[in-house]
Design a protein around this ligand. Structure first.
Ligand code: 5RP
Length: 220
């Protein structure tokens, strides 16, 4: 199976977590896109979706799936999204697509977080994938100095502006042995909007696409 086929397989597998008649939270990225395409097949059985990015909103609307503003929604039974790295503890690095702030907000509202990923995303320790940190533009240099003090090497994502009008620093060289602690520490830096560690609110379930089929990690 190709990596694209693995992503399509987990996108389809996530449909069983979608609650009929309700709103589903939808993540961002190529794996989330596979889920959106699969979701189109049951669009008449859901109330609609909340999108974690403008790209996702456009793809959902392209399929005729109603997209709700999060402020008009109080209950999201399930949020489905990809990850750049995930551990067996369900801690993740996200934000390869620069959407981690809205992803984290939608995930915070959702009762269940279903992560969908191809098997290459499962790692023993987070950090080989550079950690994306969204920053207020005027704080970019100061936040970069603070991140360097934490042992990382921040690199500005050139030519990229988030859906919120901010910048991304990709932090290289971290070996993240305490994801909850580091997520909390980075969030305390003035000028940081959100960092791409999803450890305080980990995934509940991970559907991993492998050559032998879709494996399920975590509690269903
Ligand atoms: C976007 C994300 C994505 O979920 C993450 O980058 C994985 O993307 P892909 O499914 O394309 O590998 O966090 O901000």
């Amino acid at each position: 199976m190709t990596q694209d086929e693995l992503k399509q397989a987990v996108g389809r597998a996530a449909l069983k977590y979608v609650v009929e008649g309700e709103i589903v939270g939808v993540g961002t990225g190529s794996t989330a896109n596979c889920f959106i395409d699969a979701l189109a097949g049951m669009k008449d059985r859901i109330k609609g979706a909340v999108a974690s990015s403008e790209a996702t909103r456009k793809r959902l609307e392209g399929h005729g799936i109603p997209v709700f503003d999060l402020n008009d929604v109080s209950d999201i039974p399930v949020y489905v999204d990809g990850a750049d790295e995930i551990t067996v503890e369900m801690h993740m690095i996200k934000g390869g697509g620069g959407a981690q702030t809205r992803e984290k907000i939608v995930a915070a509202v959702a009762r269940q977080f279903v992560c969908i990923a191809d098997g290459s995303k499962l790692v023993p320790v987070l950090g080989k994938f550079p950690l994306p940190v969204e920053v207020i533009p005027m704080a970019r240099a100061q936040v970069a100095r603070e991140l360097a003090r934490l042992g990382g090497s921040p690199v500005l994502r050139e030519g990229f502006v988030t859906d919120n009008g901010n910048l991304i620093l990709d932090v290289h060289g971290l070996e993240i042995v305490d994801p909850v602690g580091l997520e909390t520490r980075i969030d305390q830096i003035v000028g940081v909007v959100t960092n791409g560690l999803f450890a305080r609110r980990p995934a509940d379930v991970c559907l991993l696409g492998t050559a032998t089929g879709v494996q399920t990690l975590g509690r269903e």
